[in-house]
Design a protein around this ligand. Structure first.
Ligand code: KG4
Ligand code: ZN
Length: 350
């Protein structure tokens, strides 16, 4: 089965071709991505209307690129997958509209996929395919969740953030440090030159027995430090504050992931979402997992942030599992707000 996947839920237009054959590892045939980060940077965050318009401009040229790179003709595509939600309504409608129209023109089925399920299943495109069951740490710009994953489509929420997401904490702290948007990677780069113990920043809910997170207080603490030091803060202090912020976020993510492994009784952790690209998080999770005899799986680095391949693989695995109902009627909808827990194995058009 060859799946063409479209991702357009936020500020990245992603298109990819994935091949899934019985008894073989899923294979990424080609992918192309356009990030709108530079376009939104002037505004300090994503402007929804600009995002939708840019998806329209990019989606077909990217599709042509992907087909050419893979040496695949449109007629060879068996299934067209798109992000149905959650995300920006207008942005989602672009990907969904193109995918469903293309599927209708090709007389192929189309399938809407949950964006977080895409992140969750993206490690299946990595070198080592994780075995079920596992605990998933989903850390993106909009979500921070720990899930107990029993099978494709069988997800139980163990804990989540009660306010800001981990990526949001990176982005907002980066903005306070004058690092622009999106700030996560920039903050991580600056942190490499700083002392992570220079500032005692809060680690909210760290010692609570539950598996929930809270990052809003951290942003306030960073703001207080920035204000205290004024605009003439030296480069070393900025690096120290970046390192201390990163350490606070990573400490909490690692501690709660270990607790989640204990709670679920499994020895496998899968990390997905943009913050999963963070090097310190990877090092600390690997070390913590080694101590408790667990293994950690990551998606390939380039598939941590939003992309079309994760949408294609999620659709492929749902279809193979027999829990998806691809559409052939040309109708579609999007779900800008769509809790992952609502994804039941009963079907996709709930
Ligand atoms: O999964 P993703 O691409 O988009 C959402 O679905 O939200 O995640 C984007 C988030 C942003 O907050 C970005 O700052 C963060 O992931 N991020 C990082 C790193 N790379 C991306 N945060 C920390 N360190 C990184 N290396
Ligand atoms: Zn995402």
């Amino acid at each position: 089965m060859i799946i063409l996947g479209f991702e357009s839920s936020c500020d990245e237009t992603g298109v990819a071709l994935v091949e899934l054959r019985d008894g073989a590892r899923p294979r990424l045939l080609a992918e192309a991505l356009h990030s709108q980060a530079a376009m939104h940077a002037d505004y300090g965050g994503v402007v929804p209307e600009l995002a939708s318009r840019d998806h329209i401009r990019r989606v077909l040229p990217l599709t042509r690129q992907v087909l050419a790179r893979a040496g695949i003709a449109l007629a060879q595509v068996d299934l067209v997958a798109y992000t149905r939600g959650p995300g920006l309504a207008g942005a989602l409608l672009v990907g969904a509209g193109v995918a469903v129209a293309l599927a209708a023109a090709l007389d192929r089925p189309a399938l809407g996929v949950h964006h977080l399920e895409g992140h969750l299943l993206s490690p299946f495109l990595g070198a080592e395919v994780p075995q079920f069951p596992f605990v998933a740490l989903l850390v993106s710009g909009g979500h921070t969740q720990l899930m107990d994953v029993r099978a494709v489509g069988d997800y139980r929420l163990l804990g989540e953030t009660i306010d800001d997401a981990a990526g949001e904490a990176f982005d907002k702290s980066a903005k306070l440090l004058g690092l622009g948007y999106p700030g996560g990677p920039a903050l991580a780069r600056l942190a490499a030159f700083g002392d992570p113990e220079a500032y005692a920043l809060p680690r909210p809910l760290l010692h609570q027995p539950n598996l929930d997170f809270s990052f809003a207080g951290l942003k306030t603490a960073v703001m207080t430090q920035v204000r205290k030091r004024g605009t003439n803060v030296c480069e070393q202090s900025r690096a120290d504050l970046a390192a201390s912020t990163q350490a606070a976020i990573v400490d909490v993510l690692v501690a709660k992931s270990v607790k989640a492994l204990e709670a679920s009784g499994t020895r496998r952790l899968v990390v997905a979402g943009g913050v999963g690209a963070n090097r310190l998080l990877r090092e600390r999770l690997d070390a913590a997992a080694a101590r408790c005899g667990a293994t950690v799986h990551y998606p390939p680095l380039e598939l941590c942030t939003d992309n079309g391949a994760m949408i294609a693989i999620a659709a492929a695995l749902r279809v193979r599992q027999g829990i998806a109902k691809p559409q052939r009627d040309g109708a579609f909808d999007v779900r800008p707000r769509w809790p992952l827990a609502e994804l039941s194995s009963a079907g996709d058009r709930a």
